[in-house]
Design a protein around this ligand. Sequence first.
Ligand code: LLP
Length: 386
Amino acid sequence: MIKANYPVDKFRDITTPFYYYDLEVLRSSLAEINRHIDGQPFEVHYALKANVNPVVLKIIKEAGLGADCVSGGEVQAALNAGIAPSKIVFAGVGKADWEINLGLEHDVFCFNVESIPELEIIDELASAKGKIARVALRINPNVSANTHHYITTGLNENKFGINLTELEKVTQIVRNLQNVKLIGIHFHIGSQITDMTPFQDLCVKVNELQYHFEANGITLENINVGGGLGVNYEHPNHFPIAEYEAYFKVFRDHLTLRPGQTLHFELGRSIVAQCGSLISKVLYVKEGTSKKFVILDAGFTELIRPALYQAYHRVENLSSDLPEEKYDVVGPICESSDVFVKDYLMNQTKRGDIVALRSAGAYGEIMASGYNLRKLPKAYTSDELK
Ligand code: LLP
């Protein structure tokens, strides 16, 4: 089994479980993004929901990316990281008044608006502050992302966005509101998308919609196509960087921007997933009647994706080069769903071995919980453990 080149000796001195971020992988991803958007009217906003580790955020900010936030907490985290308000987009299907006010006070670039009532409240709160809020309408394009149903968002049946049937009505309303300015349209079709066809379908929809707005005499300055680019969870060592070349090419080739328009992206997972691992220690190897269980000191409290979405994370035993055996790798939580992977071939494992659950940089640490009164995991970076 090919494994990540991690400082295992240093790991032994740290209380497990913890998150480890390989910053070289992160920096390479960011360099690759910048290489592909260079010279294009493209702007990438990092989706903070994937990971808000301060060191990670700082590197992302230094690479020049903006922020995509879905809560007041995330807006604050982006500001704390030094990301300019003019690079912050604020999305979310249920923004509370205090969150809208926070966005208004800091003059964030844009509110991605998901419904007519939200539009009216933003107008009202902006009016109370004597401000004009810049808004983009989140349109539900009814494009299938062919991904796990929990992370598909662009279909009519989802709670997100304004349906195409409501578009006429909402463009009328937005015209009449005094304290909002329509500056763009926004989409997001789902997450962990590795086939480029759904993105191409999205481009076709965007092109159609541009005509709708133009026919209504509205010129949009911004098109935001959301995030969703997937990563290779099977082979993180072979594919540490997402398919940015193919991804940006789809939009260059298929989405017709008008002069002066900027195309915005909100990428989360593809930027941070492969730089992160959850490092855990083997507590016990238990012989079942027909199986062997590797019981880790990490469970779904630290990494919930397998339990919640049946997601696969590669598990590497960093302490063993012995021949492979078949195991169920499980956590210590008192729930039968606390299983990372079943019937899994891994180097022969014993108590005390250090394992890495790979590709855990996105929606890993940030989704950790204190269930069973467990402590939230700490995080370390490759720069610290050099
Ligand atoms: N923009 C919007 C409006 C979103 O809803 C999302 C993710 C993103 C951008 C970033 O998408 P990404 O590039 O990361 O795919 N916890 C789940 C993923 C939930 C994604 C939610 N929305 C998981 O662990 O797979």
